[in-house]
Design a protein around this ligand. Structure first.
Ligand code: PRT
Ligand code: ZN
Length: 302
């Protein structure tokens, strides 16, 4: 590989080992990327695309992308927002560009109180100690509400801080809520809704790299679209068409094909951008449809 070829390869930062890792790698695989991981496991080399993956801690991803060490990054909104607010607080200008919101890594940054805490809105937080790993996001939220509280910054095990007497309540990430429940904490406010994002460097990319970013985006859109999509085929009398079109969930114009030798009956094929449930099939049958078939969609390119 010569120097120009190397410069033309995209570098994408992905969490090395954590909650975003499997989904990020699955997304890239669904976009057609074949990755061979180096012996040190720090880099993955794209065998069939000029794209290499750098495996790092999620907290390092915003800086790596902002500083143009990596062209792209897959990171949670919670981490990006905290970094953005930290930079602003320190007088720097954040310049992250979000390219896509992805459908994994969903969670929320929430305030949670222990038994016996009387919460009646943000003003109940005045003067209280709040343990969190997201001090800038929390501070921003409190400032917007004109509340002054004592933020106790912890890097982990935030949920046990009230029991240890280190804080009166916490502000932490929640997905299922079982960690809060296990620690007798009750969620009272959502500070931030989060999911994984694809971000890019603020620096303009050379043409060859930009072309691959555009191709990757098109494939990501395709992958995200097919996840819920179904291809549905059925037979029906032509007169039932308006009702059937109404019943097909999230479909654009269906393909109508006359059926040889069956008079008024036609075959209808449509892509539904939502899941097709049994109830829908039953309604379609009632409307006159027969020979119903629902198939998964593997790839889609608009
Ligand atoms: O080592 P590295 O720094 O890379 O990893 P990390 O330990 O900082 O992060 P990791 O792997 O825990 O999470 C990576 C990202 O996943 C986060 O930044 C979020 O964007 C996203 N994510 C989604 C979550 C959760 N869901 C989540 N539930 N991150 C953390 N949690 C934790 C939360 O902090 C709490 O301890 O899970 C617990 C609550 O989960 P539930 O299901 O009991 O509510
Ligand atoms: Zn982290």
């Amino acid at each position: 590989m010569n120097a120009t070829e190397k410069a033309e390869r995209l570098k994408l930062a992905v969490q090395k080992s954590g909650r975003l890792t499997d989904n990020s790698l699955e997304l890239l695989k669904n976009c057609g990327l074949k990755l061979s991981r180096g012996r040190d496991q720090l880099m993955g080399f794209g065998e069939n695309m000029p794209l290499d993956v750098l495996f790092v801690r999620d907290d390092d991803i915003p800086d790596l992308v902002q500083e143009d060490v990596c062209d792209l990054g897959l990171v949670g909104r919670n981490v990006l927002e905290e970094k953005r607010l930290e930079m602003i607080a320190k007088g720097h200008k954040p310049s992250f560009t979000e390219l896509r919101t992805l459908e994994y890594g969903r969670c929320r940054l929430a305030l949670a109180i222990p038994d016996g805490f009387n919460y009646e809105g943000a003003r109940s937080l005045a003067g209280k100690r709040i343990a969190t790993s997201y001090p800038f996001t929390l501070e921003n939220w409190l400032r917007e509400r004109g509340v002054s509280a004592d933020i106790v910054t912890l890097s982990g095990a935030v949920e046990i801080a009230p029991r240890l007497g280190r804080a009166d309540l916490i502000c932490d990430l929640v997905s299922t809520g079982s960690t809060l429940q296990a620690n007798h904490l009750r969620e009272v406010e959502t500070i931030l809704e989060s999911q994984a994002l694809l971000i890019r460097t603020p620096v303009e990319l050379p043409e060859g790299k930009q072309e691959w970013v555009d191709r990757l985006l098109m494939r990501i859109d395709g992958v995200q679209q097919v996840r819920e999509s179904k291809y549905i085929m059925l037979h029906a009398p032509r007169s039932a068409l308006p009702e059937i079109r109404r019943l097909l969930p999230g479909s654009e114009s269906p393909t109508i094909i006359p059926l040889e030798g069956s008079g008024d009956r036609v075959a209808i094929h449509a892509v539904c951008r939502e899941n097709v449930f049994w109830e829908t099939l039953e309604s379609l049958k009632k409307a006159g449809a027969s020979a119903l078939l629902v198939l998964p969609v593997e790839k889609m390119l608009a």
